[in-house]
Design a protein. Structure first.
Length: 416
């Protein structure tokens, strides 16, 4: 009976969308989500919300749609952009909204992206990362019946797509527009770790918005439910959500992203290392931006003689035009041999390299910069490292906050 049901489901999805695979989908509207049937867990292929077109295609018909999308917003085994796929299916898309790195995902980190017109579709593209225009305006949303959010996240507090999600939810709530989230797996979903953002002592920033740890272990849809449930939108607003869940997903499962989520996260290794290694962005060291191995190389010219490995950051269009330590030979550590399986097995952030390089750096007064506090989410981590605290001592200080966060997090989970 189960075999017959699975076969019919596969056939149904294949007929309606040739590039989609069989799965055990579920739809969540606000809080009426259903759990995956345990009997269907024999199906192991993870299927994104976007790939489950039959679950939402009819809901889109007859509506004027806005889409928050980028290069990761794809459908099917051929990785066809979801905008193109839905237009081909007769859906009326009126506007595209692009997060950091732009709609096509080719803008460097932090680069301002201007509004544009998409050459392929002729649709207006509104930048949500241009001139600090993080939030859609009422004019931007005028005439829309529904917004779709379909962006691949990596599960880290300072990765800005969840900040874009917040502002899109707020704008939708203010303008009484429903938000559909086509959920995608979190490649770092196994990891819940790091200091909780200290909102009392760290000024609010696009990389520091909510009181969560560095790695939160949630998907975009789960996080959206937390934003609503914890009252984080302005004036306690609630955004009406319709969620198309990932099929066959658990937070513990590894997931290889079919498309790079941003120009400098271009390997599985860099994505898994990112929660730990990105803290170096708050130092004077180079993280390999300006090379083709960003987040897999760490170094500085002043470490010459202490490390034999070296690299030289250069200006690379679309990745990093003006990287830290540009045109200077940096000496440090090569992380390209790191095993993603071993990193996952450790199950926690790794501070050891940060602490090692701080000890080795000759000019300690200029090792950290002001950005480090925003990234770490607390002024304490820098003080602890400078004071020579051990990693275990530092980690112990995180425990109360993490225990509290994990309790809150459980209320919003859609997956085990």
């Amino acid at each position: 009976m189960l075999t017959t049901r699975i076969f019919l489901q596969c056939a149904f999805i294949t007929v309606l969308w040739a590039n989609t695979a069989c799965g055990s989908p579920a739809v969540c509207t606000n809080c009426d989500s259903t759990k995956i049937n345990p009997d269907e867990e024999i199906i192991t292929k993870i299927i994104t919300g976007a790939d489950q077109v039959p679950l939402y295609i009819n809901y889109l018909k007859g509506k004027n749609i806005g889409m928050v999308v980028n290069q990761t917003s794809v459908i099917g085994k051929n990785l066809k952009p979801s905008v193109d796929s839905l237009l081909h299916a007769g859906i009326t898309i009126k506007k595209i909204f692009g997060p950091e790195h732009g709609f096509r995902g080719n803008a460097s980190n932090g680069a301002s992206v201007n509004d544009d017109v998409d050459a392929k579709t002729g649709l207006p593209v509104i930048s949500l990362y241009g001139n600090k225009h993080y939030k859609p305006t009422a004019e931007d949303l005028k005439g829309l019946d529904l917004m779709i959010f379909d962006v691949q996240d990596v599960g880290v507090r300072f990765y800005t797509y969840i900040s874009t999600l917040h502002y899109v939810m707020e704008a939708c709530a203010e303008n009484n527009i429903e938000l559909m989230i086509l959920d995608r797996p979190n490649p770092n979903g196994y990891l819940i770790d790091g200091p909780i953002l200290d909102t009392a002592n760290v000024p609010r920033a696009f990389v520091a918005m909510h009181p969560i740890p560095i790695s939160h272990g949630m998907t975009i849809a789960e996080y959206a439910q937390m934003i609503n449930g914890e009252g984080w939108l302005k004036d306690g607003l609630k955004c009406k959500l319709k969620i198309i869940r990932v099929a066959n997903y658990k937070h513990s499962l590894p997931y290889k992203l079919p498309v790079n989520p941003s120009p400098n996260l271009n390997t599985d290794q860099s994505i898994i290392l990112y929660p730990s290694i990105c803290l170096f962005e708050g130092t004077t060291l180079s993280l390999g931006r300006g090379t083709f191995f960003p987040f897999l190389e760490v170094g500085h010219p002043l470490l010459k003689g202490k490390y034999s490995f070296s690299f030289t950051p250069l200006s690379i269009k679309g990745m990093s035009e003006d990287p830290p330590q540009k045109d200077k030979e940096c000496f440090g550590v090569d992380l390209r041999a790191q095993s993603t399986d071993m990193i996952r097995k450790k199950g926690r952030l790794d501070l050891s390299l940060l602490m090692e390089l701080y000890k080795a750096f000759p000019d300690k007064a200029h090792f950290f910069n002001a950005y480090f506090t925003k990234l770490s989410g607390t002024p304490e981590l820098r003080k602890q490292i400078e004071a020579g605290k051990s990693e275990e001592e530092i980690r112990k200080s995180w425990e109360p906050g993490l225990i509290k966060f994990k309790t809150i997090r459980r209320k919003y989970l859609l997956y085990e």
